[in-house]
Structures are given as C-alpha cells and as structure tokens.
Write a protein that binds this ligand. Structure first.
Ligand SMILES: Nc1ncnc2c1ncn2[C@@H]1O[C@H](COP(=O)(O)OP(=O)(O)OP(=O)(O)O)[C@@H](O)[C@H]1O
Ligand SMILES: [Mg+2]
Length: 244
C-alpha cells in the first residue's frame, strides 16, 4: 500500500465519450490522478480500459470530454508532445521491437528526451533497476522471456523520464516470481522518482494492493471509485472480481 505524497491533481479526465466508428465504448468517463499517486483501473475484458489509456496517451481521440494535465488542456495534443511532457504508456502485450536488441529498444524510449545528455543516466537507472537487462542488452528483445520483456517495456517507458506512467496489464501472462520482481521495481521507481502511475491490472488483489485509489470500469461506465482499501472490502467487488 502506498500513500500519495500530495493531493495536487496531475491528470483530470472529464466526461469522456469515445469509441470506434459508430460503436461507443466509453460513456461519460471521469477520472483523476494526483501527483505522486498510484491509481488502479479494474474492469473485465472489453470494458474499455485500453481505449481509455490510449485516449490519455493520445493514441485515440475522444468524441467529447476533456483531458487536463498539469493544469493545461491536452485533449487535442498529439502523442509525441504528450510523451515529451511526461506521459508514457507501457502498452498491453509489451510491443517491443523483437528484431532490435534490448539496448536499442531501451534507447527508443529516450527519443522524446529534449536533453539527450540525460540518456546515459536514464539507461543506468534502468539497468540498476533490472540488472538482467544490462546482462542481456545485446540480445534481441524477441528472444527475452515474458518477464524480461515486461521489464524491457517498463524500462523503455522510464527512458523518457516520465511524470505519469500508464501501465496496461502489468502482470498478464507472467509467472508469479516475475510479477513480484516487476512490482518491487515499480514500487522502487515510485519511491525514487516523483511520478504517478495509472495501472490496469486483471489481478484485482494486486491492483488494489498497489494503488491508493481505484476505479471500476464496466462496459464503458465508471461504476465504482474510491480508496483501494475500501474497494477491497466492498461486497460487490469481492463477489464480482475476487470470487468471495
Ligand atoms: N481499434 C478498434 N476498432 C474497433 N473496436 C475496437 C478497437 N479497439 C478496441 N475495440 C473494441 O472496444 C471495446 C473495448 O476494448 P478495450 O481494448 O478498450 O477493452 P479492455 O478493457 O482493454 O479489454 P481487455 O481486458 O481484454 O484488454 C471492445 O469491445 C473492443 O472490441
Ligand atoms: Mg486492454
């Protein structure tokens, strides 16, 4: 369990409607992330979690609604400029370049850094966080294990020196020991860098343990939100998501 450092709002999503073509997927979604806070996003398959993350990172556009970041409206700002201003997505399914080495994949994450002299420092931070990536830096990313690929994806995101990271399906398909390693690393990053995290996670226990605040998305609607500790005790959540 982590405590938010301060209650200053970093990102505010208001009344988003969004979808693909005629299909509306998100309905009036609002969500806030404070500076230094880990927010969890729960929801079943197809609820719209990835769609929401893609809208926050600028990969998808909403039909209506607004996004404010650091006090400024960014609803129509492109992805590149969002990355430059500190919003980084760790995509579902890692999406590494399998034919490039670990090091090359990591360096791609630093493309948006205005100050390129920071690259060695950022790379050292990632290698210190995941020593296995340092050992495997010349290996093709496509030959890494699932856990190592997730470490590489997280490392690549950190190379842009983010203020907000959007993690889509942190633990999906990974062995418990790999999940533990990555969660520890994420907590270390959170402690050492002044950043906020929005984490989409199918493992409800893990999601509520890691976050201070959580939202539940069902078929494109936010149906519950609140302190993660309280949601973990919520009878409906326990029944629907924890099976108890
Ligand atoms: N590019 C697309 N074009 C058309 N429909 C899409 C597209 N991407 C997603 N959808 C649809 O939007 C809905 C929400 O998908 P989304 O990927 O946001 O859900 P999710 O909550 O991330 O699900 P999962 O837990 O399976 O990752 C689904 O019905 C999906 O089929
Ligand atoms: Mg998804």
């Amino acid at each position: 369990m982590t405590e938010p450092r301060e209650k200053l709002e970093l990102l505010t999503v208001r009344d988003l409607d969004a979808g693909y073509g005629d299909a509306q997927i998100l309905w009036g979604v609002s969500l806030g992330i404070a500076q230094g806070e880990i927010v969890g996003l729960l929801g079943g398959n197809g609820a719209g979690k990835t769609t929401l993350l893609n809208i926050i990172s600028g990969l998808n556009s909403p039909k209506t609604g607004s996004i404010h970041y650091l006090g400024e409206e960014i609803t129509h700002v492109n992805t590149y400029n969002r990355v430059r201003s500190g919003i980084t997505q760790i995509p579902e399914g890692r999406q590494l370049f399998p034919g490039l080495t670990v090091r090359q994949n990591l360096l791609l994450g630093s493309f948006s850094l205005a100050d390129k002299s920071r690259v060695p420092e950022e790379l050292d931070f990632v290698f210190d966080l995941f020593p296995i990536l340092s050992e495997r830096q010349k290996q093709l990313a496509g030959t890494l294990s699932g856990g190592e690929q997730q470490m590489c994806a997280l490392g690549r995101g950190l190379m842009s020196n983010p203020k907000l990271i959007l993690v889509d399906e942190l633990s999906l398909g990974l062995a418990p020991v790999a999940v533990e390693r990555i969660v520890e690393a994420l907590k270390k990053v959170y402690r050492e860098k002044s950043l906020s995290i929005l984490v989409v996670e199918q493992d409800v226990h893990l999601c509520l343990e890691l976050s201070t605040t959580a939202y539940v998305l069902e078929t494109g609607h936010i149906v519950k939100q609140g302190p993660s500790e309280e949601l973990a005790k919520d009878p409906q959540i326990r029944k629907s998501y924890l099976g108890i």
